[in-house]
Design a binder for this molecule. Structure first.
Ligand SMILES: Nc1nc2c(c(=O)[nH]1)N(C=O)[C@@H](CNc1ccc(C(=O)N[C@@H](CCC(=O)O)C(=O)O)cc1)CN2
Ligand SMILES: Nc1nc2c(ncn2[C@@H]2O[C@H](COP(=O)(O)OP(=O)(O)OP(=O)(O)O)[C@@H](O)[C@H]2O)c(=O)[nH]1
Ligand SMILES: [Mg+2]
Length: 485
C-alpha cells in the first residue's frame, strides 16, 4: 500500500470559467516543477506563504500573474510536498499550465480522488474522513453538508474508535490468556458480557444507515390516493409552483411528476401520482400501475383523501401502499363546513372519519382503524383524525410538512446524524455477526475460537476506519471522487 513516488497534478477547481483556477501538484518533484512555471519564486520558498508570481511558458513568455503557494511535506493536505498555482480562472490557460507541468517525466495526471487517497495513505486522515470529503462535495442539501462536515471533523471516526479500542483490548486480553495462561489468569472471565456490550454498540451504529441514506440522498415522499382528491393541487402548493396540471376531471395526472424541495435542510423528492380508481381507461391504468410501483419504493406515502371518506375506505386505500409507511390527510378541507362537520355528515357516522379534530398527530403511526365492536371510539385508540389540508388555500400545509418531517426523521436534527453508508453498515454487520459468534463461543467453546471471532470482528471494523482495507476497496472508494480532489 505504499504510494507510488510519482508527482501528481490536476486542476483543483472546476474546469469552467471562474474568478480563480487552481493547479495543484503533490509529490517530491512538486516544488521543482512548479518553479519552472513560476521562475520568479525563490528556490526555497517560505512554506504556506502566498507569493505573487508570473506564470510563464517554455520560452519565458508570461501567461498569467497569480499566487504561488508551497506546502512543505509533511505539513500539507496530502502529507507530501504540495504546490498550488492560483491563476485566473481561464480553462484554456489552466490547460496550458497543466500541459507544461506534465512535460516533466516525474509528473503524471492525478487519478480521481488521488490527492485525498494520498492524504489517507500518509495517515493525514482516516478513511471515514476521506469519505466525508466525497460526501461533502456531493452534498445537495444543508443537512447533507452539515453531516458530511461532522464526518470530516471526525464524528464517525470517533464512534468507530470507541468500539475499536475496547475490542482491541479484549482481543489482547484473550491472546494474553492463551499465550500466558498462568500470568493472565482471569482476564477472560468477563469476556461474554464485554462481547455482548460491544455487539450492541456495533448494532446501534449500524442502525443509523437509514438516517445516513435520508440525509445523503434525500427522502422520497409520494402523494397518492383516489382520483380527484386534490393531490396535484397539494403537490403544487408544497413545491411552491404550478408544476402539475390540475383539473376537475378525475384522472388528470397520468405520469408521476417529481420535484426536489428542501425542508428544514433535508432534501425531499416529492412525487405527484396518478389517482387510483377501479376500471380506468387503458392509458390511465398504466399510470396507476406506475403509482403502485412508486409507492413501494418511497420512504413515506401521503394518502390524500377526499372529505368524508369512510374509515373502511381509508383503510383500504392505506393498504395500497403495501409496506411503505402512510400518512393520511383529508384534502380540500376548505369545503368542509367546520370542525363539527363529521357529525352525521358521512354515511352512518360511526364508520366515518372524524374529519374536524384539529391538531396534527405528529409522528403518529398508521391511522388507527377501529373495528365495529369498539363502536368507533376505543379506550386505547383516541383515533387521531387525519390532519386537514387544503392545497387550494394552503391551510394545514405547513403542519403537513412538519408531520412529514417528523415521520421521516422521528425527532432529533438532521445535522446531528453520523453518516453511516451502506458500506459501513455492511462492515458493521459483519462485526456484529462475528461478535455474536464470539458470544456463543464464550459459553460453549474454547478460548481459541472466542479470540478468533473477536479478531474477525476487529478486521471487519477496520474496513470502516481504514486500518484493514485492501487496495481494491480503496480503488472502489476513491472512484467516487472527482479528478483533482
Ligand atoms: N487552496 C486550497 N484550499 C483547500 C484545500 C486545498 O488543498 N487547497 N483543501 C483540500 O482538500 C481543503 C482544505 N484542507 C486542507 C487540509 C490540510 C491542510 C494542511 O496543510 N495540513 C497540514 C497543516 C495543518 C496546520 O498547520 O494547521 C497538516 O495536516 O499537517 C491543507 C488543506 C479545502 N480548501
Ligand atoms: N375546494 C378545493 N378544491 C380543490 C382543492 N384541491 C383541488 N381542488 C379541486 O379539485 C379538482 C381536482 O384537483 P387535482 O389537484 O387535479 O386532483 P388530483 O387528485 O390530482 O386528481 P387526479 O390527478 O385526477 O387523480 C380540481 O378542480 C381542483 O381545483 C382544495 O384544496 N380545495
Ligand atoms: Mg393529479
Amino acid at each position: 500500500m505504499t504510494p507510488d513516488s510519482a508527482t501528481i497534478v490536476a486542476l483543483a477547481t472546476a474546469p469552467a470559467a471562474g474568478a480563480v483556477g487552481i493547479l495543484r501538484l503533490s509529490g517530491p518533484a512538486a516544488l521543482e516543477v512548479a518553479r519552472r512555471l513560476a521562475p520568479g519564486v525563490p528556490p526555497s520558498p517560505t512554506p504556506r506563504h502566498a507569493y505573487l508570481a508570473s506564470f510563464v511558458d517554455a520560452v519565458g513568455a508570461v501567461l498569467d500573474e497569480g499566487l504561488f503557494l508551497y506546502f512543505q511535506a509533511p505539513r500539507s493536505f496530502t502529507g507530501e510536498d504540495v504546490v498550488e498555482l492560483h491563476a485566473h480562472g481561464s480553462p484554456r490557460l489552466l490547460r496550458l499550465l497543466l500541459a507544461r507541468a506534465l512535460e516533466d517525466e516525474r509528473v503524471r495526471p492525478a487519478f480521481p480522488g488521488e490527492f485525498t487517497r494520498r492524504a489517507f495513505l500518509h495517515g493525514r486522515i482516516d478513511l471515514t474522513r476521506a469519505e466525508a470529503v466525497a460526501d461533502l462535495v456531493a452534498a445537495d442539501s444543508e443537512a447533507a453538508v452539515r453531516a458530511a462536515a461532522a464526518g470530516l471533523s471526525g464524528a464517525l471516526a470517533e464512534r468507530i474508535r470507541s468500539l475499536e479500542t475496547p475490542l482491541r483490548e479484549l482481543h489482547a486480553d484473550l491472546e494474553g490468556v492463551l499465550n500466558f495462561p498462568d500470568e493472565a489468569e482471569g482476564a477472560d472471565a468477563e469476556a461474554g458480557p464485554r462481547v455482548a456490550s460491544l455487539r450492541s454498540v456495533a448494532e446501534a451504529l449500524r442502525a443509523e444507515v437509514g438516517r445516513g441514506r435520508l440525509v445523503r440522498q434525500g427522502a422520497r415522499v409520494a402523494l397518492y390516493g383516489p382520483v380527484n382528491a386534490g393531490k396535484s393541487t397539494l403537490f403544487n402548493r408544497l413545491v411552491g409552483e404550478a408544476r402539475a396540471l390540475v383539473d376537475d376531471e378525475p384522472g388528470t395526472t397520468r405520469d408521476a411528476l417529481e420535484a426536489r424541495v428542501e425542508w428544514d435542510g433535508l432534501g425531499v423528492t416529492l412525487y405527484d401520482t396518478a389517482g387510483l380508481r377501479e376500471a380506468p381507461g387503458r392509458v390511465e391504468a398504466l399510470g396507476i400501475a406506475r403509482t403502485r410501483e412508486l409507492l413501494s419504493a418511497v420512504d413515506l406515502a401521503v394518502l390524500v383523501l377526499p372529505p368524508g371518506t369512510s374509515r373502511e375506505e381509508a383503510a383500504s386505500w392505506m393498504r395500497d401502499a403495501g409496506a411503505t409507511p402512510v400518512l393520511a390527510v383529508t384534502g380540500k378541507c376548505d369545503v368542509l363546513p367546520g370542525a363539527r362537520a363529521e357529525q352525521g355528515s358521512v354515511g352512518d357516522g360511526a364508520g366515518a372519519l372524524p374529519i374536524g379534530a384539529g391538531a396534527l398527530p405528529i409522528g403518529a403511526g398508521a391511522l388507527p382503524i377501529n373495528d365495529a365492536a369498539s363502536g368507533g371510539r376505543s379506550a386505547t385508540l383516541p383515533s387521531p383524525a387525519p390532519p386537514r389540508v387544503s392545497g387550494l388555500t394552503g391551510e394545514g400545509v405547513d403542519a403537513l410538512r412538519t408531520s412529514v418531517l417528523a415521520r421521516l426523521w422521528g425527532g432529533g436534527t438532521p445535522s446531528a446524524v453520523v453518516l453511516v453508508s451502506e458500506r459501513h453498515a455492511d462492515a458493521l454487520r459483519r462485526t456484529a455477526e462475528a461478535l455474536g459468534r464470539a458470544e456463543e463461543a464464550s459459553r460453549v467453546s474454547t478460548l481459541e475460537v472466542l479470540s478468533g471471532e473477536v479478531g474477525l470482528a476487529l478486521e471487519a471494523l477496520g474496513e470502516v476506519s481504514g486500518t484493514s482495507v485492501s487496495d481494491a476497496l480503496l480503488d472502489t472508494l476513491f472512484q467516487r471522487f472527482c479528478i483533482g480532489k
